[in-house]
Design a protein around this ligand. Structure first.
Ligand code: CA2
Length: 156
């Protein structure tokens, strides 16, 4: 049963490729928190702001593009405050995700758990940042909470 109040606005928390592996490998880079823990944190943070969090993860670029398009329609209808988006490695490769964010006109806060600028040079460029409302990098999973807070404030 869907218990969500139809008046409750939503924030979409979208995680991209390999983020389903969080907490299972590379704890020195990404910490030991799992994706389920991150999603629980997001739901809790959203709820504290009177929002509902819709948490999704996909390893497929087209699925992420479709989710951004859907978010654009929900935002236009006043039901969605925006998207917290960790696009994983697609950040550094995807013109298609850049175009999806631009084309859907939904506010997106780009989040990276690690400080991508302190890592390999191929992680220093983001195709998403020019299309994003804001960018949070290197603050660990707390970045998701900060992004939800920023989108809630932005929406008023
Ligand atoms: O720091 C981030 O949040 C990243 O978006 C994570 C991506 C990486 O490609 C970006 O450059 C920065 C990687 C996703 C997670 O990959 C994992 C691989 C093994 C174990 C755990 C996570």
């Amino acid at each position: 049963m869907d218990r969500k109040d139809p008046m409750t606005r939503t924030v979409l928390v979208l995680n991209g490729p390999n983020l389903n592996l969080l907490g299972q490998r590379e704890p020195a880079v990404y910490g030991s928190t799992t994706l389920a823990d991150v999603e629980a944190l997001c739901r809790h943070s959203a709820q504290a702001l009177g929002l509902s969090a819709d948490c999704r993860q996909s390893n497929h670029e087209g699925v992420l593009i479709d989710a951004i398009h859907e978010a654009g329609r929900e935002h236009a209808a006043g039901r969605l405050v925006g998207v917290v988006f960790n696009a994983g490695a697609y950040t550094h490769t995807s013109v298609a995700l850049h175009d999806a964010i631009k084309g859907s006109a939904v506010p997106v806060v780009e989040v990276h758990i690690s400080n991508v600028h302190a890592r390999e040079p191929f992680r220093h460029h983001s195709y998403l940042s020019p299309a994003a409302a804001g960018v949070i990098v290197g603050l660990g999973i707390d970045g998701y909470r900060l992004a939800i807070d920023a989108l809630a404030r932005r929406a008023g």
